[in-house]
Design a protein around this ligand. Structure first.
Ligand code: UD1
Length: 417
């Protein structure tokens, strides 16, 4: 099994180009299932979750072809509606094919993704909302077996809780439903806006009518397009934190700084100097790191996907900090590993108290989930000496070429088998 070997502590300096967004690419790839057309998607990140989604599409009958920097999704002969456990178990976003398959074929059998290490992550909100569009479903041996014999019908749906995945599944499904749908209490993550831009580009009729409400008039025909996916704001945030923590000087490029305003403001408060340009953010880590009180929240709040990374930075603050994790119930698995490196973090339910002024010591470490893995790299980048990070397959699910990108800006990091 592959591992990462990291020698700290070097300042990171130079330029990093941010890849396309994994979490925007996944629903957009799923949404191509709305028609039998050919679509070109640009800027897909080269990460495992995207590979898995492409294999899932192939298993449904799509033909996938690489064409320069574009990927062609050709659905001319796509006609299967079964998404197997083997493909959905490693990547929860597999559930996003349910909405488009039901909209187009009136039936689908999709493996339920089940729980995962960061929490229960049920799909009840997806299913209840789809049933309002006329879907009948049962769960049998871990599969959602769903049918809409008379096709999907537009409806008014208020989500009981803000869910990124459920908002995406329903926006995609309602786009082909008969009549008008109004979805409220929607997630408004930038990746959802990107999905909506893609859907509009293929001819869907979607309009935001208030901050968290969207009106969708079902259409019966969609067109082909070429669509470039937005940048990965979580990858961008991770590199900004990496610069702050190593007191380095990084130019994080190919991004839209407006989208990560919350993160930029927090890093400024923590003590980093930041210069915002049109498509770039330059960060210079400050000498002193100030303590903070942070709570994760749906966009535009602080993202749960950066919680583990900012926690590592706060270990270096001048005083104690707190983090409240308000999205997932079990997202502190990195704490035990960070404490093995000398951190002093205690947790109580969804709250973590992080003592400051920590010098991380190198260690052999175990990655537990995607964002936890990267937090261990960040800690290792500041620990004087050699750290080894095991189980990096988690990391490869969501970070493109991480060791190459870090090496280019001065980190001593290599992949070993
Ligand atoms: C997406 C992101 C993930 C991010 C998360 C929150 C993708 C591929 N993944 O995950 O990186 O951490 O948003 O920003 O985009 N919930 C239910 N029932 C449901 C659905 C969700 O109870 O049917 C709960 C979840 O357990 C969680 C909360 O709602 O506590 C938010 O989850 P959700 O926004 O749906 O996350 P995902 O779409 O799975």
């Amino acid at each position: 099994m592959q591992k990462l070997e990291v020698f700290g502590a070097n300042k990171l300096k130079g330029k990093v180009k941010i890849s396309g967004s994994k979490n925007a690419s996944l629903p957009i790839l799923a949404a191509t299932l709305l028609s039998s057309k050919k679509n070109y998607i640009k800027n897909l990140p080269k990460v495992k979750d995207i590979e898995t989604m492409l294999i899932l599409l192939e298993s449904l009958g799509s033909k996938i072809k690489k064409n320069g920097n574009k990927i062609l999704i050709d659905n001319t002969n796509q006609n299967k509606t079964f998404a197997s456990y083997n493909l959905v178990k490693t990547m929860r976003a597999g559930i996003l094919v349910l909405g488009p398959l039901l909209a187009r074929f009136k039936e689908a059998k999709v493996s339920s993704p089940g729980g995962c290490s960061i929490g229960l992550r049920p799909i009840d909100i997806h299913l209840k909302a789809l049933s309002k569009l006329g879907v009948k479903y049962k769960i049998n041996q871990g599969y959602v077996i769903a049918r809409a014999p008379r096709g999907l019908k537009g409806a008014k749906i208020r989500f009981p809780k803000i869910s990124v995945g459920a908002t995406e599944n329903l926006i995609i499904a309602a786009s082909l439903a008969k009549g008008t749908s109004i979805l409220s209490n929607c997630a408004i993550e930038p990746e959802i806006k990107d999905l909506v831009n893609f859907l509009k580009q293929i001819g869907c009729n979607i309009k935001w009518i208030s901050r968290r409400s969207v009106k969708i008039k079902g259409v019966n025909k969609v067109y082909e397009t070429t669509f470039p996916v937005m940048f990965d704001r979580i990858e961008a945030g991770t590199y900004l934190i990496a610069a702050a923590i190593t007191k380095g000087n990084l130019r994080v490029q190919n991004i839209d700084p407006k989208i990560i305003k919350t993160e930029i403001d927090i890093l400024k408060k923590i003590g980093s100097k930041i210069i915002v340009k049109k498509k770039e953010v330059q960060i210079m880590g400050g000498k002193n790191i100030k303590n903070m009180k942070i709570k994760t929240a749906p966009y535009p709040g602080f993202p749960t996907d950066l919680q583990a990374q900012i926690m590592v930075l706060l270990c270096k603050a001048n005083k104690s900090s707190t983090i409240k994790e308000d999205i997932f119930e079990n997202r502190f698995m990195h704490v035990a590993e960070l404490n093995r490196m000398g951190a002093k973090i205690s947790t109580n339910g969804n709250k973590a108290i992080i003592k400051g002024n920590i010098n991380f010591a190198p260690a052999e470490l175990m990655a537990t989930d995607l964002r936890a893995s990267v937090s261990l790299i960040l800690a290792a980048l500041t620990a004087k000496g050699k750290s080894i990070i095991n189980r990096i397959y988690h990391l490869d699910r969501g970070y493109e070429n991480i060791e190459k990108k870090l090496k280019k800006v001065g980190a001593k990091i290599r992949r070993i088998s």
